[in-house]
Ligand binder design. Structure first.
Ligand SMILES: Nc1ncnc2c1ncn2[C@@H]1O[C@H](COP(=O)(O)OP(=O)(O)OP(=O)(O)O)[C@@H](O)[C@H]1O
Length: 281
């Protein structure tokens, strides 16, 4: 399927230091892509390059179609009511679907006559995302939409995104630090670490292509690609890619999304990118 969002050889330098180096990835249409990585990994920088807020130092970022971006601080005008925000949106956007926006906020119990300054964190997030969706974008880019929200509000925000993806062809790229929030909603994973791209691919294919092995430290892992390993006493636990090793002392199981992400983040030299054997190709 054609990519909606594609970067090739992307590098971004702020003064002397590189925030992103040599990143190439493509997110196919209709996917909900999770962008994860530790603080300072370059997630916001990648999103800013995608939506045209900064010019890459090297390479390029391409989006096909209309893009909407919700920044980390969910910028809204505090002195406006929700209805005034919506009519502001209508004036700024010729693809505006005000009816759907008002409907969605109604279903979420956000009163249109309420001042933005009096909304809860969760309602603020819902208004910002609703405003972004009302412009009927092809790509929705959300920088930490779940930060500072309680578990119920996080769930509601993810449900809003899911409903929109189910209703029409929308591609989403969203960053988060909480991988467990993404498990149900996202079907594409992008891992950035220290400005470098470590993982990009279909989540089910990635999980199918990896194993968590546990066994005694003397067991042989010959023939297996080890992403990372940790030791507890004489037991070793490893995240591996591809087929399991022949040594019968290993117990193997499919990793969870959290384990996959943590395995790569702990081993910055490992990568699972399209073109590498057995994963995401
Ligand atoms: N305007 C800027 N000027 C100089 N350096 C910057 C600027 N913006 C970001 N950086 C640096 O670039 C790197 C990547 O920052 P970025 O904000 O993209 O990371 P992030 O993954 O979004 O982090 P977080 O999870 O903390 O939001 C960091 O080392 C950061 O200090």
């Amino acid at each position: 399927m054609r990519p909606v969002f594609e970067v090739t050889g992307l590098g971004v330098r702020y003064r002397r230091s590189w925030a992103l180096r040599d990143c190439s990835l493509a997110v196919p249409a209709g996917r909900v892509a999770a962008l994860v990585g530790p603080n300072g990994a370059g997630k916001t920088t990648l999103m800013h390059a995608a939506v045209g807020l900064l010019r890459p130092t090297r390479g390029q970022a391409r989006v096909s179609g209309e893009v909407a971006f919700v920044a980390q601080d969910k910028p809204l005008y505090d002195s406006f009511t929700v209805a005034e925000m919506l009519s502001f949106g209508r004036r700024m956007n010729d693809r505006w679907d005000g009816e759907a926006a008002a409907d969605r906020l109604g279903r979420l119990g956000v009163a249109l006559d309420r001042k933005v300054s009096r909304l809860s964190g969760g309602q603020r997030a819902q208004v910002a995302i609703t405003m972004a969706l009302a412009g009927r974008p092809d790509l929705l880019v959300l920088d930490e939409p779940l930060a500072n929200l309680d578990p119920l509000a996080r769930h509601d925000v993810m449900r809003t995104i899911m409903a929109e993806v189910a209703n029409r062809e929308l591609t989403v790229l969203l960053s988060s630090h909480v991988v467990s929030d993404l498990e149900e909603t996202c079907d594409w994973l992008v891992v950035l670490n220290g400005g470098r791209l470590q993982v990009s691919g279909d989540i089910e294919e990635l999980l199918d292509g990896h194993l968590v092995l546990t066994g005694p430290e003397e067991a042989s892992a010959a023939g297996t690609h080890v992403v990372g390993a940790s030791r507890t006493g004489r037991q070793v636990s490893m995240l591996v890619r591809g087929a399991p090793p022949h040594d019968p002392r290993w117990q193997a199981r499919r990793p969870g999304l959290d384990e996959l992400v943590m395995g790569y983040l702990r081993s910055p030299e490992s990568a699972a990118l399209p073109g590498l054997t057995g994963v995401g190709a």
